[in-house]
Design a protein around this ligand. Structure first.
Ligand SMILES: Cc1cc2nc3c(=O)[nH]c(=O)nc-3n(C[C@H](O)[C@H](O)[C@H](O)COP(=O)(O)O)c2cc1C
Length: 219
């Protein structure tokens, strides 16, 4: 069912899309890397202590963690924003969160140079990649300064860059952010969206792939 190319991606299975999201612990004060995002929580006695939970999770070997999570197939999206110029990064941590209100999320690495720029823009677009957009994916996962150079794009009503060849796109306003280990979970309120016919780019065990055939799970 799954066709993969031989080429591998060095960023394989790298995102903590299922990261151990620690509940706030007693008197927790989480200081983000991002300025101005200190989050203070009240301790809920029903919630296990965060440090104890972190100690527990530290027995997981990182290599094994990546290997196992690599078995979860995802699509790939490019999250873009307009911050004086277009900025964007490839993510496979994109997911839908809520229907009412319409919320989506992605996880950004704390080390990402692009995330602070998206954050400053206050809004972003999610561009779901088509199976033919492997090269675009590689560019948006690289540290290339000019990631948009050979990718035609236009601005959404909200101003965020939409890749012309994207399979689907969602125009979002940043609705929330939650630090989670070495990533931040970014939530977006969807204010516009569209999709066209086509097949998605897939990502599995560090390789890109495409659907060979599909069945309708509802039909
Ligand atoms: C398939 C794939 C999925 C990725 N998913 C994520 C992700 O969910 N979150 C993230 O922060 N980085 C992810 N990356 C890595 C970023 O695309 C990359 O680190 C980033 O664009 C580098 O530039 P930056 O420092 O400007 O963000 C992914 C890379 C690839 C190839």
């Amino acid at each position: 069912m799954f066709r993969v190319t031989a080429r591998t991606c060095s960023a394989a299975a790298r995102c903590a899309s299922v990261s151990t999201l620690s509940e706030p612990s007693l008197d927790d004060s989480v200081e983000d890397d991002q300025p101005g995002t200190t989050v203070r929580h009240r301790r809920d006695p029903a919630v296990p202590d965060t440090e104890a939970r972190d100690r527990e999770s530290s027995v997981i070997d990182p290599t094994e963690y990546r290997r196992v999570l690599g078995h979860y197939a995802t699509g790939v999206a490019v999250v873009t924003a307009f911050a004086a110029e277009p900025v964007g990064m490839a993510v496979n941590s994109f997911t839908s969160v809520s229907l009412d209100p319409p919320l989506v999320s992605f996880c950004a690495a704390m080390t990402s140079a692009t995330w602070p720029r998206i954050r400053a823009a206050g809004r972003f677009a999610v561009n779901i990649l088509d199976e033919h957009q492997q090269d675009a994916c590689r560019r948006f996962a690289s540290k290339d300064e000019d990631r948009f150079a050979s990718t035609p794009w236009h601005r959404s009503t909200g101003g965020s860059p939409i890749l012309d060849d994207a399979l689907a796109w969602l125009d979002c306003q940043i609705a929330f952010e939650q630090s989670a280990g070495d990533h931040v979970i970014v939530g977006g309120l969807v204010v516009g969206l569209d999709a066209r016919e086509g097949d998605p780019l897939l990502f599995y065990q560090g390789r890109y792939g495409a659907l060979r055939s599909s069945t309708n799970p509802l039909g």
